[in-house]
Design a protein around this ligand. Structure first.
Ligand SMILES: Nc1ncnc2c1ncn2[C@@H]1O[C@H](COP(=O)(O)OP(=O)(O)OP(=O)(O)O)[C@@H](O)[C@H]1O
Ligand SMILES: O=C(O)C1=C[C@@H](O)[C@@H](O)[C@H](O)C1
Ligand SMILES: [Mg+2]
Length: 190
């Protein structure tokens, strides 16, 4: 059976560190699956008409996390979506109760690759005050065990393009879906 049909409309939530490619890969995956695409960060910036950097600076991180939770709660009532989450979505246990309605995929990218991707970043508020590699290592140490609660981990190499990441995810997804009837061993006669 085709993977899209096997998914039965269940949402796919991409989690992972800033720069791991949740937004970039999510768009490619949604197109391939014929799913809609939602980016929780983008919804927040659209609704608030402010950048994430501005929301953190003016209202603080805790307020941003509340908005993120509201958006996730809303999104989880829909189906047939690929959802690019914010990197910190895994921090709240209530968020996990929404994420668990779907399939959670961790895009696990080595810190060295994240550093290359984010070296020139001036927008991500949590990365502005410390040397980048040190800060990313610290955030990863705090969150590693949370990301590891995902249903599926895709370990990404430096040379993996977004299309390649999708290929790898596509190949891995069946391993966490219920076996289809044709895959099941034939029943023994009684
Ligand atoms: N597989 C990839 N290969 C090369 N560059 C990539 C890949 N995936 C993403 N990028 C680049 O890395 C940067 C960060 O990607 P993206 O914004 O998709 O990350 P994110 O996980 O959504 O981050 P955030 O948590 O901050 O929203 C972008 O410049 C993007 O073009
Ligand atoms: O990892 C994080 O905590 C964040 C990641 C981004 O997606 C944004 O949600 C924001 O910059 C915070
Ligand atoms: Mg993103």
């Amino acid at each position: 059976m085709e993977l899209r049909n096997r998914l039965g409309g269940v949402n796919i939530y991409l989690v992972g560190m800033m720069g791991s490619g949740k937004t970039t890969t999510g768009k490619v995956l949604a197109k391939r699956l014929g799913y809609g695409f939602v980016d929780t960060d983008a919804v927040i910036t659209q609704v608030r008409q402010q950048s994430i950097r501005e929301i953190f600076a003016r209202e603080g991180e805790a307020y941003f996390r509340q908005l993120e939770q509201q958006v996730l709660a809303e999104v989880s009532s829909y189906h047939h979506l690929v959802v690019a989450t914010g990197g910190g979505i895994v921090l709240s246990s209530l968020n996990w109760s929404y994420l668990r309605h779907g399939i959670v995929v961790w895009l696990h990218v080595p810190i060295a690759v994240l550093c290359e991707r984010l070296a020139a970043d001036a927008e991500r508020p949590l990365l502005q005050e410390q040397p980048l590699e040190e800060r990313l290592n610290q955030i990863m140490a705090d969150r590693h065990a949370l990301y590891a609660q995902a249903d599926l981990e895709v370990v990404i190499r430096q040379t993996d393009t977004p299309a390649k990441v999708c290929d790898r995810l596509w190949e891995a997804l069946p391993s966490i879906l219920k076996p289809i009837a044709s895959d099941a061993p034939p029943k023994e006669p009684c």
